[in-house]
Design a protein around this ligand. Structure first.
Ligand code: PLP
Length: 437
């Protein structure tokens, strides 16, 4: 077995900053998962990031598998993206009026994403999902939506019901402040369970506006759809006059250029996007066929607006990011390094006597400390989260930054080298040899 690492992480400056932060921001953070509550220890405060590396305020460098929770698929602070952003910033940060950059990014999305005929830009994934739920209801004239346990669609009231990742991490089944009348219009079923969906449609005939899901789940950890599951959802929603929405905020342009819908060849009615399409800037979008999207104001009666929607700097960052992704070989490269990473991590775990399962699709991956298989959030919860805590801390000390929760997917980027991957696997071997099986 590998010799225990001598490395101790000095995080003095991070600790000072967090001691101040908790006095001025709830929990010291701008988004809950950043507080490290589920892995323990002080959160790491960062100073800079470039490519596959991220550097904290104490000068420690890590190989980064969080990548700002997904946007940085071409590598963080990519030179070409920065150039595009700087050029645009000199022309103007915001117009609050149309810009040609919006047409260009809309065309790029429509060309790539099978369900997209028209696009509305917003400023986050949350906003995209809230707006798309309103659109489902406005278009169908029905109120109830179905979501899957452990799928996260942002913090809109309709979605803070069995919401996975951040919410699961905090152990909240839902959130105070959410109107009961709103939450009760959301029906929750397990992911990958087609019979549960059929049952809901039988019980609520003519009441379901649509079904929301992450086509590949990232917010319960990484979970793939069972063969045929997405196609059956497509069929059932069609038969019942309900809309099918794929939340591709995480998977869009990550699981193939056209997202999970392109990879699995199942076209939903509506799609929500975020993360990658903003290239590191706050951009979200919802998209669908013209006859549905023209329900949105001012083409139609459903109101939705935003001061910074279609932000020119965000559009420029997104456009350049998509341009880089279209180059030959990008997805093949991401697929290859990520498969190697997961194979190496699983081998590091199993050869040290730990139960583990996991997988990847292109640049999205995950590993659970349980024998598996994991097909839904209930299965994911069998993972040994105490072991994950030790693994997470050990990997930090080895210079590898993983998402601070068992229930988050990991990400790679075009900037991750084969050497990064091998170094990560070696680090995992050392860490997992030290953790009792
Ligand atoms: N939908 C999915 C699938 C997500 O993963 C996320 C964020 O992680 C969201 C929606 C919400 O996006 P945002 O955090 O940009 O509001």
């Amino acid at each position: 077995k590998a010799v225990a690492s001598e490395r101790r992480l000095c995080t003095q400056r991070s600790e000072e900053i967090m001691r101040d932060a908790v006095n001025v921001m709830p929990g010291g953070v701008s988004s809950p998962v950043r507080a490290f509550r589920s892995v323990g220890g002080n959160p790491i405060v960062f100073e800079s990031t470039k490519g596959s590396k991220i550097v904290d305020v104490d000068g420690n460098e890590y190989i980064d598998y969080v990548l700002s929770f997904g946007p940085s698929v071409v590598g963080s602070a990519n030179d070409e993206v920065i150039e595009a952003v700087s050029t645009q910033a000199r022309k103007g940060l915001s117009f609050g009026a149309p810009s040609y950059l919006e047409n260009q990014l809309a065309h790029a999305i429509i060309d790539a994403v099978p369900s997209a005929e028209m696009v509305r830009f917003v400023s986050s994934g949350t906003e995209a999902c809230i707006s798309a739920a309103r659109l489902m209801r406005a278009y169908t004239g029905r109120e109830k939506i179905i979501k899957m346990t452990g799928c996260y669609h942002g913090h809109g009231d309709s979605f803070l019901v069995s919401a996975g990742s951040g919410v699961a991490t905090l152990g909240l089944s839902d959130s105070p402040g959410v109107l009961k009348s709103v939450a009760s219009a959301t029906i929750v079923v397990p992911y990958n369970n087609i019979e549960a969906i059929r049952e809901v449609f039988r019980k609520h005939q003519g009441e379901i506006a649509g079904v929301f899901l992450e086509p590949v789940v990232g917010n319960s950890g990484f979970i793939e759809p069972l063969p045929g599951y997405l196609a059956e959802l497509r069929e059932i929603t069609k038969q019942n006059g309900a809309l099918l929405l794929f939340d591709e905020v995480m998977t869009g342009f990550r699981i193939s250029y056209g997202g999970a819908q392109s990879h699995f060849d199942v076209t939903p009615d509506l799609t929500t996007l975020g993360k990658v399409i903003g290239g590191g800037y706050p951009v979200g979008a919802y998209a669908g066929p013209r006859h549905i999207m023209e329900t949105v104001a001012p083409a139609g009666p459903m109101y939705q607006a935003g001061t910074l929607s279609g932000s020119p700097v965000g559009m420029a960052a997104g456009l350049k990011t998509l341009e880089i992704l279209r180059r030959p070989g990008t997805y093949e490269y991401l697929q290859r390094i990520t498969q190697r990473l997961v194979e190496g991590l699983l081998d590091a775990a199993r050869s040290n006597g730990h139960e583990a399962c996991g997988g990847s699709l292109y640049s999205m991956f995950g590993m659970f400390f349980t024998k598996g298989p994991v097909h839904n959030f209930e299965d994911a919860k069998k993972s040994d989260t105490e072991k994950f805590k030790k693994f997470h801390r050990g990997m930090l000390e080895e210079g590898v930054y993983l998402a601070p929760s068992q229930f988050e997917a990991g990400f790679t980027s075009l900037a991750h080298t084969e050497d990064d991957i091998e170094r990560t696997i070696e680090a995992a071997r050392r860490v997992l040899a030290r953790i009792p099986a």
